[in-house]
Design a protein. Sequence first.
Length: 366
Amino acid sequence: MIQIFHIADLHLGLHFRNHPEAQETLAEARYRTLQKVVNLANERKANILAIAGDLFDRTGMQVGEIQKTVQAVNQFEGNVVLVLPGNHDYITADSSLWDRFKKEAKDHVVVLDKNEPFDLSGFGLEAVVYPGPCRSKHSSENAIGWVSEIEKDPSLLHIGIAHGSIKGVSPDFDQQYFPMTVNELKTAGVDIWLMGHTHITWPEKPDKNDIIFNPGTLEPDGFDCKHEGRAFLHTIDDQKKISSEILSTGTYRFVQENEQINSPSDLEQLLKKYEDPTFNHTVLDLTVTGKLDPDVYETWKQQRQNLRDAVLELKLNDTGVRRKVTAEQIHKEFPEGSFPQLLLSSLSDSEDELQMAYELIREVQS
């Protein structure tokens, strides 16, 4: 039996420039997540830690960042760590990133930088790896075409590891991210494919007949990442039957919500919802609409800061929250007998028309 802890797309060094309030926290969290998954892989007694591309977000990483990464990876206690260069951390002939990585790595940490079979017998495993490293950020051709041509010993476990889009699974309309098809992967003659590049988990519910797996990113990196950060743990028995478990790995969440508040109870429920401790690690994109009585409207304006303090970062759009127009407000803001006062008073029986007319008058006056 062989256990493979399968991760991809951590993108260490991601800047998060669109999240200035949470930028430093989100960037550092990715290093903590790497350490967490190494610890988890050790707890689960995995034989292989496979990183299927984009461990780093770019090739121009600082030496200290590379060293911090390798220090975590070196702590894996299983047989071997397999690290595949992806399209963000692609390999080149004079790659300072991977040269430094190899210099810092222990003997059981292997960078898969060649398009050729890699025998794992030297690490105590009866298996062969077929890597497809990326050599550029974009390519219309994948790196696995050679795999199907290799004769394979049926007594060994054959592990494919590649990075790129999968037709029907990954968005790649221009076919520029090393595109592959499911049929191409299935007919390559390997027993399992460890994929990277697509930041969603696929398959979402692994079946006993599945051999192609993409874990998604370990730590959410934007609002298009709906899951909590994931990895796969594959258990492969002596008959090469695969059992795959999805593991949750991330800390932070990116959440988009739409809320409507029209009463004090609505406002109370909204504040209670987001002030819950579960939102402490959330970047929240919140759109709020509604019409509130003047006193409740003022309460909403005062409570917005509390809402900001309750989450990691708040992107708030509340231009759709309007203050209801009342007879008292009309008489307070406009002189008796003036055109605005007479017009608004005549519309008092139609709340929507009154609101629209009030806002138009205020817009003209401003």
